[in-house]
Design a protein around this ligand. Structure first.
Ligand SMILES: Nc1ncnc2c1ncn2[C@@H]1O[C@H](COP(=O)(O)OP(=O)(O)OP(=O)(O)O)[C@@H](O)[C@H]1O
Length: 313
């Protein structure tokens, strides 16, 4: 492979299911060594895209190259160099923790001694050494996910695909996983992940695309996306709800000149470089929010601006 070749290159990539187009012609370039994310809500087309990249679902149209190879003709060669961690854990419940790694490694044709050594290393890496003899069903959700990640690393992949790596995990388990993914990134593994968590995308991704309804709405580093599509700060204002339930729309009319507004069912967001000033002016106008909060803009704000919706419905 030529070194400058992108790890993934897609042009006009499409995926249809019958008459329904889940991915509507996207362009993607993933560079060696980066952590790249597809951020979007449920149904955005992230998993459909990942499955094409994983070479388990053929593209309906467009061009796709993985590690410089064509999935239509070079599937096995690509898969030998990919690690895939699907959204649902597909561990073998019949086998213990160690054997899940060992048997998977043997599928790749790795010799017994090497696969044993790697399995031990990987258990150490995902902090499951003391569970090596445990049955899969005895593991917590976070441990299962870590074992899935360990398994996807058995063949020492150049490119690791993670479909919603921390969905369904509790906050502590998510942080443990983030640490491990960060260490993999530092070790030079190219990571490609989907997520609908903006904090995950901000923590882990060097670059990401914001995906919605099968198209890419924006692309860049988390910081670039926030700078381009949002303001430095956001003032969140909550008012008591009136009998007509219309309070936020009515109040928004009195705040319009303070910055761009997003009126959500439970709060008004005012986008401004100076959130405290927004709050001061709100009070000056005799408006009394029951709660206020000033925070930095996040990718959630970027998504809201681009699509008019929140990431998690
Ligand atoms: N095998 C299939 N047959 C028919 N429709 C499908 C199939 N797979 C996905 N879809 C549809 O394609 C759209 C995109 O689904 P996809 O799973 O790619 O989205 P996603 O962004 O990954 O969402 P999620 O976070 O729920 O996985 C959805 O409307 C989904 O119902």
């Amino acid at each position: 492979m030529i070194v400058s070749e992108p790890m993934i290159r897609a042009r006009g990539l499409r995926k249809s299911f019958g008459g329904f187009e889940a991915v509507k012609g996207i362009d993607v370039d993933v560079r060696r060594g980066e952590a790249f994310g597809f951020l979007g809500p449920n149904g955005a087309g992230k998993s459909s895209t990942m499955r094409m990249i994983a070479t388990v679902s053929p593209a309906t149209a467009g061009e796709l190259r993985i590690l410089g190879l064509d999935p239509a003709t070079d599937g096995p060669a690509i898969r030998a160099r990919l690690g895939v961690c699907p959204q649902e854990d597909t561990l073998d419940n019949e086998l213990n923790v160690f054997d899940n790694l060992y048997v998977y490694g043997r599928y790749f044709g790795i010799d017994k001694a090497t696969v044993r050594e790697r399995a031990e290393e990987l258990l150490e890496f995902v902090q499951l050494t003391d569970k090596r003899k445990a049955k899969v069903e005895e593991l917590s959700g976070g441990m299962k996910r870590r074992l899935s990640i360990a398994r996807s690393l058995v063949n020492r992949p150049d490119l690791l695909l993670l479909d919603e790596p921390t969905t369904g995990l509790d906050p502590q388990a998510r942080h443990v996983l983030w640490d491990q993914l960060f260490r993999l990134k530092q070790a030079g593994v190219t990571l490609v992940m989907t997520t609908h968590y903006m904090d995950e995308a901000e923590q882990l991704c060097d670059r990401l695309v914001v995906m919605d309804k099968g198209v890419i709405a924006a692309e860049g580093s988390p910081r670039e996306l926030i700078e381009e599509h949002s303001t430095r700060e956001v003032a969140e204002l909550r008012f008591g709800v009136s009998d007509d339930g219309n309070t936020h729309e009515l109040l928004a009319g009195k705040l319009e000149d303070l910055g761009r507004l997003e009126v959500l069912p439970d709060r008004i967001l005012v986008y401004s470089a100076d959130g405290e000033e927004v709050i001061a002016k709100t009070h000056e106008r005799g408006l009394e929010p029951v709660a206020v909060l000033v925070r930095r803009s996040t990718l959630e704000d970027v998504f809201l601006k681009l699509t008019g919706r929140t990431l998690v419905d």
